[in-house]
Design a protein around this ligand. Structure first.
Ligand code: GLU
Length: 292
């Protein structure tokens, strides 16, 4: 038998929860309850310049207002730097991480020299300039050294089989940024393992990160996880609802309606009754849907 189910919702406190982030919170809560497991909340406040003061506390308040209360005290990434440091030190010791001196401009120029085309999602594919040493330049960031495995395959419980050629589509990615901040990929992988997380349920916009996270888990010798990426909530302009494109904070004046609309977007039935009753009914429906 595998480890007991532990799931999590891991918001970045860069603004209040909106309809899109509530969907991921509700789906992760339902999946944990449907498995008879634990549901945790982790406030991902490592990217300090993007975090807003009091943002984490407000998100916890928003979650509680719609009946989603974590089973353990929330974890805050800003208090966990030593864990990330230790993981990076392990990767350096095993030769899986190397220092990089390249600025964005250096990378753009190196890509132009080799005639590399447009990068995926507008992000630059690191051409591996510092893989074999800094050539006397000063290290600014640390990157993961990827093996060239070609297409890597993983399974998503909703989307099915997914593939990505990490070396070609992303390149050796950053673990510790040039500005001294921990990269999301490292912090998320270290925390999921440290907190004993077994299942990840999050928005589909994050699916693209999964192969990087699996590569890091492998390099760190951490257990594999199961994944489910939820549909995105689209705004009136047809784009993903996000803090960046001005999504409104959740309406907490009518929490039942707010929660019901997240459930409806997940394709769950309309249920009447108390919030607790609705959550129980959706949990049962979720269990049937995913054959648990
Ligand atoms: N903190 C990330 C975000 O808010 C989500 C991390 C995750 O669920 O893996 O986009």
């Amino acid at each position: 038998m595998g480890a007991p189910y532990r799931g999590r919702f891991a918001p970045s406190p860069t603004g209040p929860l909106h309809a899109g982030s509530l969907l991921a919170a509700l789906a992760s809560w339902l999946d944990a309850r449907a498995h008879g497991g634990q549901w945790l909340v982790r406030i991902e406040d490592v990217d300090t310049p993007r975090c807003i003061a009091g943002g984490g506390e407000f998100i916890l308040h928003q979650l509680a207002s719609v009946g989603l209360v974590p089973d353990e005290p929330p974890a805050w990434q800003s208090t966990r730097h030593s864990l990330y440091r230790q993981a990076l030190d392990n990767l350096i010791a095993s030769g899986d991480a190397y220092p990089c001196a390249c600025s964005r401009k250096d990378i753009v120029q190196a890509l132009a020299r080799i005639g590399a085309g447009k990068a995926r999602n507008g992000e630059l594919v690191y051409p591996g300039t510092c893989r074999h040493g800094l050539q006397g330049r000063e290290g600014r960031a640390w990157r993961l050294r990827l093996s060239d495995e070609g297409l890597r395959t993983w399974h998503d419980r909703r989307l099915g089989v997914q593939q990505q050629d990490l070396a070609r589509e992303v390149g050796d990615f950053v673990l510790l940024r040039a500005d001294g901040l921990w990269a999301y990929q490292l912090a998320v992988v270290v925390d999921d393992a440290d907190q004993g997380i077994t299942h990840i349920v999050r928005g589909e916009d994050l699916a693209d990160n999964t192969v990087r996270q699996i590569a890091l888990q492998t390099a760190l010798g951490l257990p594999a996880l199961r994944y489910l990426h939820t549909p995105l909530v689209l705004g009136p302009n047809g784009e993903k609802l996000s803090k960046q494109n001005g999504a409104a904070a959740l309406d907490l004046s009518e929490p039942d309606t707010t929660l019901a609309s997240a459930a409806a977007t997940l394709g769950l039935s309309s249920v009447s009754g108390t919030m607790a009753h609705c959550l129980a009914a959706w949990t049962a429906e979720w269990r049937n849907r995913y054959g648990l």
